[in-house]
Ligand binder design. Structure first.
Ligand code: DSN
Length: 424
């Protein structure tokens, strides 16, 4: 009998294989500063690319609509147990496909269509799914948005309380995708309690910091906590919901059958691996190193006369205000990318420019901290950012010449070369 050898991806689809190889190299060579991204470990990637992708498993462990759950149930049980341990949560649902479905599931579980909900507005650093008007959460719910103070760009808890007393929301979101400061979860909970609202915390950006003890946890204070698993938490693309036992049934029902079909078991497995990694003592060091790096970069940028939203950071995000440089965020982000520095344009509070071309750049430290860069390297990162921004300012609406961008790309590669990219 001739043994059958199954062809590899390279043999089956060389064009696609080639694209992935190029992306791997791009991720090795770029200074990756997108605040929602990271490098998943080889172990997480291995689980993601496993046979578990072949299996349907609608339902929950022990209550499925399909046969063949011998190993799928223990995988999901392991992910649930580890998520609960990691965040000291009463209940965990590990099936959400990502953060947006997790947030919609929380609303489906706790609210009726048309109910009033409150969230931090997108231009102030909130997320689309906290009731922004084009999101399903702003279409199917009566969303009231709170903001930040003009004076210091910090969340205005007085405004939030006044709005909550006036609108009597059913649910209040706390959480953000571009806010560089610590969230005062007990204060949010006190307002929610005062007006009889549920408190939902979206910790997508800061989940890794919370898991590693570098940011306070909302779990004791919030009814429901949602997150993605791939940002500071460094897992696979996916979502997670934690909640009090009293909401467990409603949350599970909202995820399936309310919103989703079969869970992505390969992602569930990879989440379990990521939670295991985050339970190790080294992850605490990692979480604290992210914040130390963000603070060091903020200080180095301020030393170079840059303006930062709120004047600094408590988490993994540094929000750079480009107003004084006279460059739009999109042009700046594009020019920086050509220089090997990957980040995204972002609105700043009270942004005079349009959201598609806002006045800010969002910088995140999770990915380069995963590579092992430390606070002592942040002055070099600030210098690179500064030099690349000068390139952007010089070319204005034009395209920077490769004679100018290539040396910067070389400097980025040189800075990163002692720090291998995990997973690649
Ligand atoms: N798109 C993510 C981010 O970049 O923050 C949030 O969903």
């Amino acid at each position: 009998m001739i043994a059958h050898r199954e062809p590899s991806l390279r043999e089956v689809d060389p064009a696609l294989f080639d694209l992935i190889q190029h992306e791997d190299q791009r991720q090795r060579d770029s200074l990756r500063l997108i605040a929602s991204e990271n490098y998943a470990s080889l172990a997480v990637l291995a689980a993601t690319g496993s046979s578990l992708t072949n299996k349907y498993a609608e339902g929950y462990p022990g209550r499925r609509y399909y046969e063949g759950m011998d190993y799928i149930d223990p995988v999901e049980e392991l992910a649930i147990a580890r998520a609960r341990q990691l965040f000291s949560a009463e209940h965990a649902n590990v099936q959400p496909y990502s953060g947006s479905p997790a947030n919609l599931a929380a609303l489906l579980a706790l609210c009726q269509p048309g109910d009033t909900i409150m969230g931090l507005s997108l231009p102030a650093g909130g997320h689309l799914t906290h009731g922004w008007k084009v999101s399903a959460t702003g279409i199917y719910y009566n969303a009231v948005q709170y903001g930040v103070r003009r004076s210091d760009h910090r969340i205005d808890m007085d405004e939030l309380r006044e709005l909550a007393l006036k609108h009597r929301p059913r649910l209040i979101w706390c959480g953000h995708s571009a806010y560089p400061r610590e969230l005062d979860f007990p204060a949010f909970a006190a307002i929610a309690r005062e007006v009889g609202a549920y408190l939902a915390a979206d910790i997508a950006h800061i989940a890794g910091l919370i898991a590693g003890g570098a940011h306070p946890s909302p779990v004791p204070h919030a009814d429901v906590v949602t997150t993605t698993t791939h940002k500071t938490l460094r897992g696979p693309r996916g979502g997670l919901i934690l909640c009090k036992e009293s909401h467990a049934k409603a949350i599970d029902k909202a995820v399936f059958p309310g919103l989703q079909g079969g869970p992505h078991n390969h992602s569930t497995a990879a989440k379990a691996v990521a939670f295991h990694e985050a339970l190790q003592p080294s992850f605490r060091d990692y979480a604290h190193a992210i914040v130390a790096n963000a603070r060091a970069l903020a200080a180095a940028l301020i030393e170079r006369d840059h303006v930062l939203v709120t004047g600094g950071t408590d988490n993994h995000i540094v929000l750079l205000d480009l107003t004084r440089l006279g460059i739009g965020g999109r042009r700046a982000a594009h020019a920086l990318n050509l220089c090997g520095i990957e980040l995204n344009a972002n609105t700043i509070p009270f942004d005079p420019r349009k959201p598609f071309d806002p006045s800010g750049l969002r910088i995140g430290l999770a990915a380069i901290t995963s590579r092992g860069l430390q606070p002592e390297h942040m002055p070099a990162v600030a210098r690179l950012l500064d030099d690349a921004l000068q390139v952007a300012a010089r070319v204005g609406d034009g395209e920077p010449d490769s004679a100018v961008t290539s040396p910067l790309r070389g400097r980025v590669r040189e800075l990163l070369s002692p720090f291998p990219a995990p997973g690649l």
